[in-house]
Design a protein around this ligand. Structure first.
Ligand SMILES: [Zn+2]
Length: 298
């Protein structure tokens, strides 16, 4: 069962015996970057770049005291992602051969700790800048395949297709070179990204789980099921909300979820990301499925 980065085949491969990460004390970094608008009345935004350490257990990995602030940018408009990332990546590159002395009671004194970038996470607008790609609403803008996509209901969508071709780093490298030669995007790629010198963009820049899955698909599905506009549809669950709330409140989630489950309506109204994470666990699916069984006697 995949629960964390450490369960993945790619992670197991890079931590094989004799590799950089098999040496105790060497650490892997996850680079995370997202922007926040500083004031409602101004277009100034602030973009911190954080590094999370993969060898820490997932329950404490993203705690503020365990994150490294590797860089930050403040300004108006889009941040120059390639320039910002270059500064950070240059520093990380020094950590691989040289490392830094870290003093800790765990080491009985000082130890040289070396580190290397393993993967990066961005939301969609930041990912386009970081990977030197067209924005997510452009043709061929998917980082993971060569599909053109289609513009449907004001959105660029990539529907399942028989002609689906995954994107690999070798083709991406070729398209980046072509784009630079022609001075125009090729298959969504605008040119070489500084990030590609550190990681394989098609494998190590992951889907942004928080925005794409929790705030995206989960919220959308839940609102479809509960929106009274859909009261005549078979999937509408608004009439069973009390049963669903009773069921979800009776659940005792695993320790990693710090808060107990809230009612479905309150989750939708205030967009509680942690609650969507809890909802995505198997028990939520059982609850919704159970309600469909009750409602429609499938
Ligand atoms: Zn795709």
């Amino acid at each position: 069962m995949y629960q964390d980065i450490q369960d993945g085949n790619a992670y197991k491969k890079i931590t094989e015996k004799g590799s950089f990460f098999s040496i105790p004390g060497n650490v892997g970094f996850i680079l995370c970057c997202d922007g926040v608008q500083l004031f409602k009345s101004s277009s100034q935004s602030f973009w911190p770049i954080h590094l999370a350490i993969t060898s820490l257990p997932p329950g404490i990995r993203m705690n503020a005291e365990n994150l490294i602030l590797a860089g930050a940018w403040q300004g108006t408009g889009k941040p120059p992602m390639q320039n910002i990332l270059k500064q950070v990546l240059d520093k990380i590159a020094q950590l691989e051969p040289q490392g830094v002395p870290i003093e800790s009671p765990h080491f009985n004194g000082t130890k040289i700790v070396k580190g290397k970038l393993i993967m990066a996470v961005f939301d969609l607008p930041a990912r386009a800048g970081a990977t030197n790609f067209l924005q997510f609403n452009g043709n061929h803008s998917c980082l993971y395949c060569l599909d053109k996509g289609a513009h449907i209901m004001h959105r660029q969508v990539f529907l399942p297709s028989e002609q689906h071709v995954p994107r690999h780093s070798s083709t991406l490298e070729q398209h980046a070179k072509e784009a630079e030669d022609k001075h125009k995007p090729v298959m969504g790629c605008k040119g070489k990204s500084v990030l590609s010198s550190a990681i394989d963009l098609t494998e190590a820049v992951t889907v942004d789980y928080m925005h794409a899955v929790l705030e995206g698909i989960s919220r959308k599905l839940l609102s479809f099921c509960l929106d009274s506009k859909n009261h005549s549809c078979r999937f509408y669950l608004g009439r069973d909300i009390e049963v669903m709330d009773k069921k979800i409140k009776s659940i005792e989630p695993p320790q990693e979820f710090r808060r107990s489950p809230k009612s479905y309506r309150s989750i939708l109204s205030v967009n509680l990301i942690g609650q969507y994470r809890a909802l995505n666990s198997g028990k939520h699916l059982n609850t919704v499925h159970g309600c469909y069984i009750i409602a429609y006697q499938f």
